[in-house]
Design a protein around this ligand. Structure first.
Ligand code: NAD
Length: 293
């Protein structure tokens, strides 16, 4: 069984990005600049944004964190986004989700200039990705694609089952695995909450990508021997034996599934760190005008 090491792979990617930033600096070019907008005080969101800003520092990017009160109006937030859109020094813009209920995620997402949409959430980038044009691909699916590539996982002609159809993970993942290219050319089944016979469908998967958001949902009896299993889920569960008081688990029951799988991502240290590496990569692409020209 191959353990697909997202921690190491993400560090490799960060080192590659840092080398490129050093070259840009030496050439007197513009250092990539990522702006992150955080609304409110949600603990998990603060942790995620903090990790993104810290990673920017690690690779030599400039970063700006815009913190806004939870009671900011939608109009005011749209104005903040517009100001960043028109700021020529900023290459990439992310608005950390979730947003407070009184603000429309769709309106805010649609306000982001596609050229700076390094999260790949705008309709323009989702459309471009679907057409197999140069695009900012959403960070988590992009991170998974990069893992499959770097571990040389064969995908052509394979049956890939994706569990979950969210706009940020499952749905783009299914499009990427079906497209004509590598990784891709798989025969894809996208499953969701209305799917019947899920376990049976999973058992026919050569590649199983799990983004359901339910702790240890996928058990060994749902997995074919020799399958490649990618676990996107992240859940904190209490664990008194840990200093932090909790540990992280995924959507897959790791120990028993690992015994049957040919390759598997762990949680933590699998897909999670790749998401940040992908975001940094998209920001570098934006600074170098590689996607929209
Ligand atoms: P989501 O809650 O938006 O979507 C879950 C999906 O699962 C839905 O499309 C739903 O239809 C499907 N589903 C629910 N019950 C089902 C069932 N019984 N059978 C089949 N499908 C079912 O979740 P998400 O945002 O895609 O995230 C999924 C998980 O991945 C969460 O644990 C989240 O924390 C994690 N996540 C991790 C990263 C990362 O960087 N590693 C990034 C994003 C999300």
């Amino acid at each position: 069984m191959i353990l697909i090491d997202g921690k190491k792979t993400s560090q490799d990617i960060k080192n590659e990005i840092a080398s490129r930033v050093a070259e840009i600096k030496a050439e007197g070019g513009k250092v990539p600049h990522l702006a992150a907008v955080l609304v409110g005080n949600d603990g998990a969101s603060q942790t995620y944004v903090g990790a993104k800003v810290k990673s920017c520092e690690e690779v030599g990017f400039v970063s700006t964190l815009v913190r806004l009160e939870a009671d900011i109006t939608e109009e005011e937030l749209l104005k903040v986004v517009e100001d960043i859109n028109t700021n020529p020094d900023i290459d990439g813009l992310i608005v950390q989700l979730p947003l407070p209920k009184h603000i429309s995620v769709d309106k805010v997402t649609n306000k982001i200039k596609p050229e700076k949409d390094v999260d790949g959430f705008t309709p323009a980038n989702v459309g471009r990705m679907t057409l197999n044009w140069p695009a900012y691909v959403a960070a988590t699916p992009y991170g998974i694609v990069e893992l499959l590539k770097r571990y040389q996982i064969e995908t052509a002609g394979k049956h890939c089952v994706v569990i979950g159809r969210s706009h940020i993970v499952g749905s783009p993942m299914s499009i990427l695995m079906a497209r004509n290219g590598y990784p891709g050319n798989a025969t894809v089944t996208l499953t969701h909450s209305k799917t019947q016979n899920l376990a049976e469908i999973c058992r026919s998967a050569d590649i199983l990508i799990v983004a359901i958001g339910k702790p240890e949902f996928v058990t060994a009896d749902m997995v074919k021997r020799g399958a490649v299993v990618i676990d996107v889920g992240i859940h904190r569960i209490e664990d008194a034996s840990k200093k932090s008081g909790f540990r992280l688990i995924g959507d897959v029951k790791f120990d028993e599934v690992a015994e049957k799988a040919a390759a598997i991502t762990p949680v933590p240290g699998g897909v999670g760190p790749m998401t940040i590496a992908a975001l940094l990569y998209n920001t570098l692409q934006s600074a170098e005008k590689k996607v929209f020209g």
